[in-house]
Design a protein. Structure first.
Length: 407
């Protein structure tokens, strides 16, 4: 579809992935990181530590203290990783057990990584507020047996819903996990960006959490540096040490120039006027998207505005209720890409059985978001629109013309 758009001389607008981070263009900490990486290029001649540079571990510990009031020992309770997914991979490989617990909607890579490491993913239902249901969580643990679990994965702010778990909710999850001795991995990738005026909570703030939990933080979302592949795992010393041993044995090493860049970005990071400007830009993109859906007729109950982060969900038009293969959400996604050169994504990416939602990512400037909704208006998109005749056949024809065997 991107190639088709180019042949028409049209830019393909991708609001379904977050491969680019335009808000961070010219942002001080991001620019300083790039300068530090260049200055540290000679470090490419040395093997880096699989545990992480001391200065970066100290910087990450400082961020936890400033942002969340959490004190961790950078020597035993924190280490550097190749981003969040590598931490999930290492821990799902290192711990015994038959199952990994995931919320009903959760990052697809956690499921695929778990399966690849021999664990069966088990979905825990979400409540009507799109939050993990504590009663369902405890019932699931009892049914499967706590000794058969590798870990519980929890994302807050949640991708793709934008839901943020409050202190009380996290306390209940920690209480359940401690009672059953279940490891909790809190994926806290969007640790700063919120939309309702209050910060997100780290699970490590909850008393007793460091006995059974770790938090995983990355620099991709909040400093616009996804290409560095730098993250940190902090919390339970036993889990951190397990990850340290794993990364040493498997020679998982983060280039030192990437670590020095991350350290410099964290050193420069402050909730200052520059960050406030960036927050306003993200908020403007969100407001344009929500207003665009309203103008196209989307009712309030068919949109799930995010409390934090860069992603949110909305329902496809009711006419796109095709339940075969492809699903209705995939057909709506295909229509937008075919006719408007606009790419979104679907809730099937986060649970292949969930066909209820479209996802939009706010990695678009306000102007590009306006252009996106202008295109949807041009092709007659509305909440009450009928599904175009022949769309299913066209989808299958296009897909049959491509070799997907190696994806």
């Amino acid at each position: 579809m991107a190639s088709r758009a180019r042949t028409r001389g049209r830019e393909f607008l991708d609001a379904g992935t977050d491969s680019t981070y335009p808000f961070f263009d010219g942002y001080g900490p991001t620019e300083s990181a790039l300068d530090a990486m260049t200055a540290s290029a000679a470090a490419a001649r040395n093997y880096p530590s699989s545990f992480g540079l001391l200065e970066l571990r100290e910087a990450m510990a400082g961020l936890l203290a400033r942002q969340f009031g959490v004190e961790v020992d950078h020597r035993t309770e924190l280490m550097i990783t190749n981003g969040a997914s590598q931490a999930f991979d290492a821990l799902s490989r290192s711990y015994a057990g038959e199952y990994v617990l995931l919320p009903e909607l959760a990052l697809s890579t956690v499921e695929s990584i778990s399966v690849g490491n021999g664990a069966a993913p088990v979905r825990v239902p979400l409540g009507p507020d799109h939050r993990l249901d504590p009663a369902a969580l405890e019932e699931t643990i009892d049914r499967l047996g706590e000794h058969r679990l590798r870990f519980l994965y929890l994302n807050s702010p949640a991708n793709p819903t934008g839901v943020v778990y409050g202190r009380g909710e996290l306390s209940r999850i920690v209480q359940i996990a401690r009672a059953h001795r279940v490891l909790v991995i809190h994926d806290h990738d969007s640790w700063f960006t919120t939309h309702q005026g209050h910060r997100s909570v780290s699970i490590l703030e909850i008393p007793g959490a460091q006995e059974i939990a770790v938090a995983v933080l990355s620099l991709s979302k909040e400093l616009g540096l996804p290409g560095l592949r730098v993250g940190a795992v902090a919390g339970c010393a036993e889990v951190v040490n397990t990850l340290r041993v794993h990364n040493s044995l498997f020679s998982v090493m983060i280039p030192e120039f990437c670590q020095r860049a991350a350290s410099e970005a964290l050193r420069r990071f402050r909730p200052d006027a520059a960050r406030e400007r960036l927050q306003k830009e993200i908020g403007s993109s969100l407001r344009v998207a929500l207003q665009g859906l309203r103008e196209l007729g989307w009712p309030e109950q068919a949109v799930l505005p995010p409390s934090a982060g860069y992603k949110f969900l909305f329902r496809p038009p009711p006419s796109f209720s095709f339940t075969g293969d492809p699903s209705g959400v995939e057909l709506f996604d295909f229509l937008l890409a075919r006719d408007a050169s606009v790419k979104l994504s679907t809730s099937r990416s986060f649970n292949h059985e969930d066909q209820g939602w479209m996802r939009i990512i706010l990695m678009q400037t306000e102007q590009r978001m306006k252009e996106l909704f202008s295109r949807l208006h041009e092709i007659g998109v509305s909440y009450t629109m009928p599904m175009p005749a022949g769309l299913v056949d066209d989808y299958r024809t296009v897909m049959s013309g491509h070799d997907l065997s190696n994806l």
